[in-house]
Design a protein around this ligand. Sequence first.
Ligand SMILES: *Cc1c(COP(=O)(O)O)cnc(C)c1O
Ligand code: SF4
Length: 441
Amino acid sequence: MSKQIKTYALHNYLSIPQVSLLPEEMRKEIEVVGRVLPFKTNNYVVEELIDWDNVETDPIFTLNFPRKEMLEKRHYSTMEKLLDQNAAKEEIDKKIQQIRLSLNPNPAGQEHNVPYLGEIKLKGIQHKYPETVLFFPSQGQTCHAYCTFCFRWPQFSGMSGLKFAMKETDLLLKYLKIHKEVTDVLLTGGDPMVMNVSTLGSYIRPLLVPEFNHIHSIRIGTKSLAYWPYRFLTDKDSDDIIHLFEEVVVAGKNLSIQAHFNHPRELSTDAVKDAITRIKSTGAQIRTQSPLLRNINDKPELWTEMWRKQVDLGCIPYYMFIARDTGAKHYFEVPLDKCWQIFRRAYRKVSGLCRTVRGPSMSDDAGKIQVLGVQEIKGDKVFVLRFIQGRNPKWVDIPFFAEYNAKATWFDQLKPAFGDEKFFFEESRTKLERTKPFLFE
Ligand SMILES: *Cc1c(COP(=O)(O)O)cnc(C)c1O
Ligand code: SF4
């Protein structure tokens, strides 16, 4: 089967047949919340993923469609009032901007990771861990649909000052020539797979020459397998995408698709299965990752099912993330203790082939911090943590401890255990020159 993409946002979502059957109240909520948080869906999500019979609680509906509870009550009622009164556009826009700015639009100090080439600030690059450079191709800063929990949402909302993007590969290539410690380039966004094949190829092909032999792996972070698997099947350049992937593999690079899946249903359609088969036929690998989200996937059974299905389809479970402190976080966040409980309940039910997954992990300013568990040590209840990745690689894999806190949902709410003044890494953290994260002794 083939499909032409049709996207829906606030201006045309009423033309979705299933939406016209929703209660009036729900449409109003979409209208109000959709002004503030990202809203975009498409015909694949609507026709093949959402369970319209259970729309009140359906996790895929929640994934794309704004719901009232995603805004704090006071924000919701302010917006509702303005819209009911037909307030002037400037007044509404000003309020929207205010609310957005109060939702921590740029969490975890991402701006600290933007490197320099001489005096030039490389806005389309983040280089936090020595071996891996993130690249944000400017044409890839959108997605086939928008996740309501997205932490990159400022990029979709016209807050362009916060947009990490760069048009030219030139600077990237210059940067990589100097930085021989980099083995991995991760194209990310948004979603790089929204780009047409010639644009995508123009970013990837220059890396395939001998000069970049130190780049062993090219990774593409994408949600397209979940939101638009036809990207790899029947779009007009789908065959060329497959050929481009083959070219990368033939050039001797690992090609790893870092696929974002939030729910087992996203792995259930013929389209996604066919797309996975097709990608794998090129020699590319598919690794999977997802945040743990209340109201979407906060049950261990779902993770067990998701990891098993992924392995059945030949994918490699990679990360379970803890939801970031941004946007509608009060609606999606899960306390750290509960995250760990869900992880271990799911993990213990699956075979070793699924246990390539790591988590639950917080992408904090200092690094990727994994919650290894909760333990009692000589009468003190503590979280046992470790860095999976650290701003300083020396921190990686050293277990450390934080005071137990049943409510904490992010690392910044934790205190060092046993009355310590600081975590083991904190002294050296302040010494680091943050804009040059690759300068480690
Ligand atoms: C997760 C992440 C990476 C990739 O880390 P891996 O452990 O190699 O997958 C690179 N840069 C940043 C900023 C990250 O958050
Ligand atoms: S696919 Fe990723 S970048 Fe795109 S909306 Fe979802 S979370 Fe955000």
